[in-house]
Design a protein around this ligand. Sequence first.
Ligand code: SAH
Length: 200
Amino acid sequence: MKRKQLEMMLERLEGFSRPSFQREQYATPACVAAEMLFLAGMRGELGSVCDLGCGTGVLAIGAALLGARAIGVEIDGDALAIARRNAEKLNVDVDFIRADVRTLALKGIDTVVMNPPFGAQKASAGDRAFLCIAQKIAKTIYSLHNQGSEAFMRSFMKPCTVQEIYRIPFPLKRCFEFHSQDVKVIEVELYRITCMDARL
Ligand code: SAH
């Protein structure tokens, strides 16, 4: 499958119906999801994949479309119902689990893909909790973060290693009342982190 094709399929997915501000529910745009998944696919890192905080499922479903055995973990039941409908719509198998990522007991996942909550709101676990769990369960992590996170990420992820940082445009659709423009493009950082050394 070509990247553009994947992007067009992911465009068709249903988004959050009433995004929770408290849980920092921002859906990953199809173009960003396709970019992330293609980078992982090119490296042969889409064997077993876990999407932490999968929301409406775009990353898990995209991984499954590229041939991965995909799992999506999400705390919000309403979002998960949408994710299940989305997987059905594109006719892919994804294991969706309703859980708080902090209580997750999974092992032996090849790759975690995630767009974690930034941790600005109390109700969401925040990116630190997501990064800790990702380190425990996977060999490789693809994770989206705000611009300017490099120093934090390099030190927080030790003994795992930040291998690459891709700076990519992220179109932010208007989804909360207080957003004034319809679409604002921000730049985010996509991190590729390997944890091989950590599990020797
Ligand atoms: N991965 C999706 C959604 C990103 S928004 C996408 O890329 O489109 C972050 C998601 O993390 C939200 O759906 C939110 O409900 C979920 N979340 C926040 N805290 C969580 C926790 N402790 N455990 C599981 N999911 C959580």
